[in-house]
Ligand binder design. Structure first.
Ligand code: ZN
Length: 282
């Protein structure tokens, strides 16, 4: 699908399950289980959706999923399915991983950033070796000094490979990767989450990352227990949804197993799911 001068495709970098209670925070199970049915371990099915964006001489991958090589313990906790290989999915869209010019990491939680590398004997090698890897500086600092609450979300050895191989590019606050590819910065879920808004006034796409992980998280109180500052997330989400509904933006959900993207409906001060759209036009 085209957004201004950019061609955008999506693919699934992997599937996993997260605790339903953690996904919906203070919303009682009697309410959220009507939206997504949990499995026997109370996990709800999630995907790790990735964008492939081409234009202005660039080939950009937005987030990379969790990759492979997980410990047995994590495999059991998160029910990782390692059947989707991001390199193969990108090739299926006609792009060699070595031709990717930029990897835009919204933040470094493992389900967004651990897939930058693949196992290489006892070590790791970059999946996109020729790409600049973009991270907010505040997120990079936080990732190596996390709180006890989010420590388990960062895989330090994998993140260090970006530094070792000289591909890390750190950014301070909102910035532009190219004309019509702008990064907005949010601090409620974790410090320095950068999310792209792509296109022009005729057609804009916003990739929601962990600000609005699924379409079920559009209503204000639906925020995750994983958020470090949930009240900040509610404020950030409300102002983003205001902009999105006023500009008729399409919102793409990184973790939604059922709804890839939708527009936003506004009734008074309430936001809800509008027209659903398949970005690849399937
Ligand atoms: Zn996250």
């Amino acid at each position: 699908m085209r957004f201004g001068e950019w061609d955008v495709r999506t693919c699934i970098a992997g599937r996993f399950g997260l605790d339903g209670g953690a996904m919906f925070g203070v919303v009682p199970k009697t309410m959220w289980e009507r939206l997504i049915a949990p499995d026997a371990y109370n996990r709800v099915p999630m995907v790790m959706r990735v964008l492939l964006v081409r234009g202005h001489g660039k080939t950009i991958v937005v987030d990379v999923g969790a990759g492979a090589g997980h410990s047995e313990k994590n495999r059991q906790i998160y029910a990782f399915e390692e059947t989707d290989h991001l390199g193969d999915s990108i090739r299926a869209l006609g792009v060699e991983p070595s031709a990717v010019t930029d990897v835009l990491l919204t933040h470094l939680h493992f389900d967004h950033g651990a897939g930058i590398v693949e196992p290489d004997g006892n070590d790791w090698r970059l999946l996109f070796p020729n790409a600049a890897h973009h991270v907010q500086h505040s997120q990079w600092r936080h990732a190596f000094a996390p709180t006890p609450r989010d420590k388990a979300s960062y895989y330090e050895d994998r993140m260090r490979v970006m530094e070792r191989d000289g591909v890390l590019r750190l950014h301070e606050g909102p910035w532009s990767l190219a004309p019509g590819f702008d990064l907005l910065v949010f601090d409620g879920h974790t410090p320095g989450q950068q999310l792209p808004v792509i296109g022009d006034e005729r057609a804009r796409l916003f990739f929601c990352g962990d600000l609005i992980p699924t379409h079920h998280h559009i209503p204000t109180p639906y925020v995750m227990s994983y958020d470090l500052f949930p009240v900040t997330v509610m404020d950030e989400k409300t102002s983003l949804l205001e902009r999105a509904s006023a500009g008729n933006w399409l919102l793409c959900f990184e973790h939604d197993a059922h709804v890839e993207a939708c527009r936003i409906q506004k009734d008074g001060r309430r936001f809800s799911t509008g027209e659903r759209v398949e970005i690849d036009g399937k």
